[in-house]
Design a protein around this ligand. Sequence first.
Ligand code: HEM
Length: 131
Amino acid sequence: ELRGTLYDRIGPEALRSLLERFYVRVAETPELAEVFPGSRDPSLWATTLEKQFAFLSGFLGGPPLYHQTYGNPMLRARHLPFAVTPSRAHAWLACMKAALQDTPEIDHDTAAETYMALSRVAQHMVNTPES
Ligand code: HEM
């Protein structure tokens, strides 16, 4: 299905596979892992993944699960407790690009469009200059 929203083209199962691969990579990238709650308590990676799944479901044009469960995302405000530097935004996007490439259920064009949409949001999330 090449038409429809990115969510229609990816589907919830591949979205979940993508995020499982993504957070493995985040946890293996020290400059990213150090700002995630999962680095202090590994059981928290599951919560982080669920929130991101809920957010991306709506962001990609599917059910607005994040809004329904947690309210207005206000993503930039919710990231202010974490030092999102340009370098961390770059590392976050590199993890996402690799996870997209590692998820064969997502075709190349869909992966490229998803990556472009996320790269705009990631730049918007930067809240701390490089140290
Ligand atoms: C939460 C880091 C970009 C969506 C978080 C958390 C951290 C973080 C540390 C807290 C996780 C938790 O409480 O379990 C970063 C970094 C980014 C980045 C370093 C680099 C640019 C993004 C982008 C999106 C996003 C691009 C969306 C496309 C979310 C969502 C949450 C979250 C939905 C959960 C918010 C909540 O309900 O507390 N992020 N993030 N993040 N992030 Fe990011």
